[in-house]
Design a protein around this ligand. Sequence first.
Ligand code: LLP
Length: 404
Amino acid sequence: MIYKKNKLNFDGFNIESMAKKFDTPIYCYSFRRIKENILDFKNAFKQIDPLICFAVKANSNLSILKEIKNFNLGADVVSMGELMKALKAGIKPNKIVFSGIGKTKKEIEFAIDKKILLINTESKNEILEIEKIAKRKKITVNIGIRLNPNTDAKTLKQISTGKKENKFGVDEKMFLQLVNFIKKSKNLNLKCLSVHIGSQILSHRPYQKMLNVVNRVIKKSKFNFEYIDLGGGMGIDYIHNKSKLNLKKYSQSIQKILDISSSKIIFEPGRFIIGNTAVLITKILYIKESTKKDFIILDAAMNDLIRPALYGAQHKIIAVNKTSQITNKVYEFVGPICESTDKFLTVKRFQKLNEKSFVVICDVGAYGISLASNYNIRPKPIEILIKNSKIQVIKKRQKLSELI
Ligand code: LLP
């Protein structure tokens, strides 16, 4: 994003003009960045040649999924809805993995009927349910078992998944028992070990620890896994200080620690592919002055972007019209929702802002619109995509009439 004559531009488009044309709030995506992220990801792991399954939960806009499919990515889905959307976007079933700890019978049957690559399971009882369905259908189903490696991902505790106190995966002992159980089953075909230790991981070290556990467990199991699914979690630079995960180091660790000569690696990145590709354009409704700080009341709220309220996550905010006047007041950017957690960011020494002008909230492509809600009966925002110097509306703003 750059200023041209003090007006902020996103991929060659003047943000203020877009705000006036489409009204605010707006989720605005850049195809160029999606492409760059995918190519960076592929390039960093080219020696490994993985199957890259985009984590649909990060962003399930159909047009976005179609763009991602065009780069030959598969999908990691966690519900029947996500699976249906991935298929509708044209992603081939043999590139889809179904993760999650609680799949319903209906979801399992649907996934089996669609002949997806893998169902990753996370408990003995879920495996028994899949076996029962497979037996009834007189078929063999390809499954993976998710290992809980008891590894600290060193990220926000709300988005850590790989410690033994988390609900995800099975511990080493159970994993080995399940391998032996599945080996004897006529209706289950064990194909994959899967693991995912958390999200927004910025150092390769937690991954190294996880890889050592994976390696030990594979050796102990004496089983040749056709796939090793290492999940996602690759972190991005929300604070704009070049702190994103070094994918090349992660790639080198994989090659050093795991024997991948007869196994295909699967990744399930969500945030890394889509996180930094979008901004949320929002208007300053009012500036409410108080003794300690000024509240910058935006027309976007926690229903549009819940990450700050839910995890204390930080997203940078940038003014759309640049001025050289810097204020010494503390600015607190908040939404209009009736909750004290409906705030985005508190900053000191920001440029002076004016009512009715616009700001952008950065890096909202992942877990932005996918976690949006209609709380306070607020319609979900419009989504637009900039591609090849053109603006496409990829989701219309919800109408109040749809909600009332
Ligand atoms: N695979 C599995 C099994 C997962 O549970 C997740 C994310 C991913 C892949 C993708 O992770 P990513 O590459 O996007 O980090 N709403 C939170 C993040 C929750 C992540 C849940 N699982 C946030 O806004 O930070």
